[in-house]
Design a protein around this ligand. Sequence first.
Ligand SMILES: [Zn+2]
Length: 197
Amino acid sequence: MSITIFDLHADVFKVLANPKRLEIVHLIREKELTVGELEEMLDMRQANISQHLMVLRENNLVKTRREGTYIYYSLTDSKILKASDLIREVLQNKFKGAKHITGLIDDDMKLEDYLKEYKDPVCGMMVSAKTAADNCKHGGEDYFFCARGCKEKFVKDPNTYLSVSNVILRHEGSQDSSQTQNDNNREMIRQKEASIG
Ligand SMILES: [Zn+2]
């Protein structure tokens, strides 16, 4: 019995038919991440995340790279993300402005604002209204977040994440301080990860 391309197509959708796995795929859109980094971003147990990563890996949607004691996860083919982004766009249009769904854009948002990139103040990932999982207002400014874990950390204690370097970045657009802050955050997460084992 031969299999059709639609059988294979359905297999990919089966693997992706899980909100957490979709979220993981979106988080590793730009750069590879460790389980510890994903744990911080998602606010989800590491064992749970590992399970989802295993499913994604077994089905060849995600690949790994080892560096020292860290294992980095990335997409095997970024086109999967394009497909997922397109579905998200369809949903954005369908549910535009619905208040009970997080990650949607406002009714009156202009295209330029929709695509404008912001730094997630917690993990340093670059996100936009198009790609962010959630957002909030603080001190009259909009903040966008990669996932729930980062938003919850920010809402609990915004001042921790509004460091001087962030302020400079927002006013001068300095790429260097962004990178330093980003590296600091990653280093913080790695240390935490290492202490867990
Ligand atoms: Zn984040």
